[in-house]
Design a protein around this ligand. Structure first.
Ligand code: AMP
Ligand code: GLY
Length: 427
C-alpha cells in the first residue's frame, strides 16, 4: 500500500525531509511560503500558515494523509500535532505539551532537574526582571540569559561572550520578557545529536556542528544557523571517545521520562572539559542539521515513520559513511538588515553532485529571488569533511555577490581550531 505523507513546513529542513521520503510515498506539503523544491517533489502543495492547526488538519484529511511530519517548532507550539492526532492522522512530532521541552526553557530545565537528566547546568528562573538583574550583579561568573519562549535562536545573550553584564541587564530591561532563565555559562564546543523517537525508543543520527554566528570566524550576531558539518562516523573530530555516547545517554533519559514522546528529539550540547552539557532540547529536526543527516541516512525514512505509527520497534539506522558540509546562502546584510530581491543564480543542475535545498525564495516569472530570510543551502558529501567542503564550495561558485556565505564552515582550518580548543580545555 502506498502511504500518503503530509509534510508541514517550507524551509531547507523540510526540503530535506521531502527528498528523504518523496520516492517512497505519495507526498503532500503545506507551508506559509512556497518552497519550489518541495513543490516539485510533492503531489500537492497548499499555502497554509503552519501555525493554523485546524487548517493543517483539514488539509491532511482532504489529501487522505496517513502520516504527517512536522518541521517547524512554531507548528508544534501551536498544537499542530495534537490537531492531526485528533483528526486520525499520525503526527511524527510531539504534542504541544511535550514540545514544551523546546518551547519553554524554564520547563526544560525544571524537567531535567525533576527527572535527574544528566548534563543540566546550574540555573535559576525569574518572573521579575529586576530580580534577574540583581542575580546578574551578585553571580560569581558568567551567565547565559534566556527568555523562556521561542526566539528563533536569537533571544539568548551570553555574558562574557556576546555581551557584558551591564549590556545583559539593559537588554532585559528594554525587553518585554516576563520570564527568563539565567544559567551558568558553558564553555566548550557545541554539537547536536538528533534522534528519531517513538514508542519509548530512540534511534540516533550522526553528531553535527552548526554555526550560529552570521560571519566568518564566529563573529557577528546569532542566526538560525549558517551551515553545519558531519564527519564520516557518528562523532566529530573534536569529540573524544565516549562523548557521543554520553550525549545519547542524555537523550535516552529524556525518552524514559517522556514515554509518549514522538518525533525528532534534538539535543544541543556544549562539550565542556567535564563532558557534554545540555544547552537546550528542540522538539524537531534542526535547520540546517536535517540537511546533513537525512542525505546520508540509507534506511528509508518512511520505514521509521511507519514503524513509529504502527507501534513497532524502530528500524536500526544505516548511514552511508560520508562526511557532509552544508552552507547556507543568505541575503547580504542578513540577519540585521537583509537585502532581498537578488536573483538566485544556482539551481539543481548547476550544483553538480552537491545537493541544493531551497529555504525562503520568492518565485517570479523569470526565476527565483532572495527574500529577507535564509535563501538556500548547498550540501557537499565526500569521504572526508575536506572533500565534502570542496564539493559544497564548487556548487556555490556561481552564487554571486548579493548572497553571503560562511566560506569557513567545514574548512580544515576551522575544524582544526575546534580540535585545539577542546584540547586546551581538556588539558
Ligand atoms: P538556545 O536557544 O538555548 O540554543 O541558545 C542559543 C545559543 O546560545 C546556543 O546555541 C549557545 O551558543 C548559546 N547558549 C545557550 N545557553 C548557553 C549556556 N548555558 N552557556 C553558553 N552558551 C549558551
Ligand atoms: N540550527 C539550530 C536549530 O535548528 O535550532
Amino acid at each position: 500500500m502506498t502511504e500518503t505523507v503530509l509534510l508541514v513546513g517550507g524551509g531547507g529542513r523540510e526540503h530535506a525531509i521531502a527528498r528523504a521520503v518523496a520516492d517512497d510515498c505519495a507526498l503532500y506539503a503545506c507551508a506559509s511560503n512556497r518552497n519550489p523544491g518541495i513543490r516539485r517533489l510533492a503531489d500537492g502543495f497548499e499555502t497554509i500558515d503552519e501555525t493554523d492547526a485546524a487548517a493543517v488538519a483539514d488539509y491532511a484529511t482532504d489529501v487522505g494523509a496517513d502520516i504527517a511530519v512536522i518541521g517547524p517548532e512554531s507548528a508544534l507550539a501551536a498544537g499542530v500535532a495534537d490537531a492531526l492526532d485528533e483528526a486520525g492522522v499520525y503526527a511524527f512530532g510531539p504534542r504541544a505539551e511535550e514540545a514544551r521541552l523546546e518551547t519553554d526553557k524554564a520547563y526544560q530545565r525544571e524537567f531535567m532537574d525533576e527527572n535527574a537528566i544528566p548534563g543540566c547546568p546550574d540555573y535559576a528562573v525569574f518572573d521579575d526582571i529586576e530580580a534577574a538583574c540583581e542575580y546578574i550583579d551578585d553571580y560569581d561568573g558568567d551567565l547565559a540569559v534566556k527568555p523562556v519562549g521561542l526566539t528563533g535562536g536569537k533571544g539568548v545573550k551570553v555574558i562574557g561572550d556576546q555581551v557584558t553584564g551591564e549590556e545583559a541587564k539593559a537588554y532585559l530591561r528594554d525587553s518585554d520578557y516576563e520570564r527568563v532563565v539565567l544559567e551558568e555559562r558553558l564553555v566548550g564546543e557545541e554539537f547536536t545529536v538528533q534522534a528519531f523517537v517513538a514508542n519509548g525508543e530512540l534511534r540516533t543520527t550522526p553528531a553535527v556542528q552548526d554555526h550560529k554566528r552570521a560571519y566568518e570566524g564566529d563573529e557577528g550576531p546569532n542566526t538560525g544557523g549558517m551551515g553545519s558539518y558531519t564527519a564520516t562516523g557518528l562523532s566529530l573530530p573534536f569529540m573524544a571517545e565516549g562523548d557521543y555516547d554520553d550525549a545519547v545517554d542524555v537523550l535516552e533519559a529524556v525518552v524514559d521520562a517522556l514515554p509518549d514522546y514522538k518525533g525528532v528529539l534534538y539535543g544541543q550540547f556544549m562539550l565542556t572539559d567535564a563532558g557534554p552539557k545540555v544547552v537546550e532540547f528542540n522538539a524537531r529536526f534542526g535547520d540546517p542539521e536535517a540537511m546533513n543527516t537525512l542525505p546520508v541516512l540509507e534506511t528509508p525514512f518512511l520505514d521509521v515513520l511507519t514503524a513509529a505509527r504502527d507501534g513497532e520497534t524502530l528500524p536500526e539506522l544505516a548511514f552511508s559513511g560520508e562526511a557532509t558540509v552544508c552552507k547556507y546562502a543568505v541575503p547580504d546584510g542578513y540577519p540585521t538588515d537583509p537585502d532581498a530581491g537578488a536573483k538566485v543564480a544556482v539551481d539543481e543542475e548547476s550544483v553538480g553532485d552537491a545537493l541544493l535545498y531551497y529555504a525562503s525564495v520568492d518565485e517570479r516569472e523569470d526565476g527565483l529571488y532572495t527574500t529577507t530570510s535564509r535563501s538556500f543551502a548547498v550540501v557537499g558529501r565526500g569521504d572526508s569533511i575536506a572533500a565534502a567542503e570542496a564539493q559544497a564550495e564548487d556548487a556555490l561558485a556561481a552564487a554571486g555577490d548579493r548572497v553571503r556565505i560562511r566560506h569557513d564552515i567545514g574548512t580544515a582550518d576551522l575544524v582544526e581550531r575546534r580540535i585545539e580548543h577542546m584540547a586546551e580545555l581538556r588539558e
